[in-house]
Write a protein that binds this ligand. Structure first.
Ligand SMILES: [Zn+2]
Length: 125
């Protein structure tokens, strides 16, 4: 069966993915995370692309799992959310790990309940 590919992602699809991400960051439930990941994966598949750029993050396709993940583009130099200033590693932190790219040092993407998405380079010990 031939797969139908579409042109540049239309606004309705882009906003649906964007809102699913913001919704997950705000309420952080397992169900909203699953919905977000599924919608992101369907989105990339629909347009036959491996990555798509939003303003300060992109979504990318994991070649192994064939699932989409969020890749932060804004670098945080401290242990605080650049959006709201919350300490990332406190107990009951509103900051969640969204993805980890393992390398000599890990590149960890975080998302905060305030809506901010950012990454940190974390040393492997
Ligand atoms: Zn924040």
């Amino acid at each position: 069966m031939n797969k139908i590919l579409f042109d540049f992602p239309i606004y309705q699809d882009r906003i649906a993915v964007f809102l699913a991400i913001k919704y997950f960051l705000k309420n952080q439930t397992g169900a909203s995370r699953d919905s977000m990941l599924e919608l992101m994966t369907i989105f990339l598949s629909k347009y036959g692309i491996k990555r798509f750029l939003f303003d300060n993050f992109s979504i990318r396709l994991n070649q192994k799992s064939k699932l989409a993940y969020i890749y932060g583009l804004q670098k945080a130099e401290s242990n605080f959310c650049p959006g709201c200033g919350t300490y990332i590693f406190k107990y009951d932190s509103p900051v969640r790990i969204l993805s980890i790219e393992e390398n000599i040092n890990d590149r960890v993407t975080y998302g905060c309940a305030c809506g901010e998405i950012f990454f940190r380079i974390e040393l492997n010990k």
